[in-house]
Design a protein around this ligand. Sequence first.
Ligand code: XMP
Length: 507
Amino acid sequence: MSELVLVLDFGGQYKELIARSVRGLSVYSEIRQGNISADEVKHLAPIGIILTGGPNSVYLSDSPRCDPGLFSLGIPILGICYGMHLMCYTLGGEVRHGERGEYGTVSAGFNKDSILFNGLAEKSAVLMSHGDHVNRLPDGFVNSGFTADCINAACENVNAKLYGVQFHPETGHTVNGREILRNFLYRVCGASGDYKLADYIDKQVKGIRQKLGNEKVLLALSGGVDSSVCAALLSKAVPGQLTCIFVDHGFMRQNEGDEIEAVFSKSHLRFIRVNAKEKFLAKMKGVSEPESKRKIIGEEFIRTFEEESAKLGDISFLAQGTIYPDVVESGGKHGATIKSHHNVGGLPKNLKFAGVIEPLSGLFKDEVRVLGKKLGLPQSLVNRQPFPGPGLAIRIMGDVTEEKLEILRKADAILREELDVVKRRPDQYFAVLTDTRTVGVKGDDRTYDPVIAIRAVITGDFMTCDYAPLPHKVLGRISSRITSEIPSVSRVVYDITSKPPATVEWE
Ligand code: XMP
């Protein structure tokens, strides 16, 4: 078992980033609720605890609290932002609303004698994001950092192994953030750095074999990163016992269905591609309202999956590519019920299986990608961008036809060819077929054809995004290729809207 650092959640938006940063420094981390009891923490025996930030003010009566017993366990604690306020407030310090508050990147000065900042620059940029600050430190604490507007940007009680920072070391905006976390983990908590992803494969392979015995397992494969890596891991563990069903609804991108089939039909597993294109297209006839499209595709997916799994008969277990953020977001309780929201369309709750296995449920997305590479999956699969379950059907405005799908597939393929090779690639990019037609001229003829929109976004979490500032030269090349290689497109426009107020997908 690896050494553990607990990340206690007080509602901050960066809790996963903190846990992931700790793992990136080779120390295993898990996220737990902020109100976990000191007894339970003692039982888990972490080498350190990190209290996350959060949007609340600690002096208000309904703000989240922690068990005060945490601070006398002798386990090193780092409080970040609200976590620092909570620690100081609980131990007798005073927290106040600042006159101005500090938001964004500011310059901070540090006490280099502090073990947390040892070896780092005396002044550097940090990310601040709170209106409150610790006005008076609790007994036993000393100041170890400040900014122009915050007298206690960092503090510590070395004897009690308690440390606090008002800023966010887990974000890239804090220049020496990673080093500060490293100092906490290795110099305060005494971590040995024993967390390695390679061990995860061996551990899971053993666990899967033990759980399944000789039983058979079924996986709904979408070709997305999570289900693909899950398939690769299961096929390593129990090659003869795994069946993957890939429901091809016909709304995949150019050659995508064939690529998925090519990768998985070569491996030692039973791979079933269900070509359900005609069925899905028939269901889409005349449907143009986005939510109706999503619902119809989701239901049809479930029906197809049920029909195919019923034909197999001898399957006991269902495998799912659930990853750690899914577990964290669902409150950490994860029993045998099947999640209704899934990237392949939402599996029904009443599917009858003896058990569910989720071998990736301890990993973050980028760890899943690394694992995929280690398991020998091609880069094109492992680095895939998110792709919505309903596929191109929600990137075609209005009703979906084979003819429109063909236009969009070609436009999307051109866009990807051009953007796959640019230096600063956006995080997600795709083409949309709008339901607007415009007048154009080709040769000497007037045309009246549809408009393609390009969407390319910069985002870390896909919950918010900015449009990508693509160079005009690149946009020009994409536009000229799309209009010349696809005669039935009249013009190309670029979507320059952020989320919010827009969403990433158009439907
Ligand atoms: P929106 O459009 O909600 O998209 O801003 C945010 C991210 O989620 C992806 N997306 C989906 N992924 N099933 C999925 O697995 C879906 O139905 C779905 N809809 C949107 C979208 O591509 C973006 O990355």
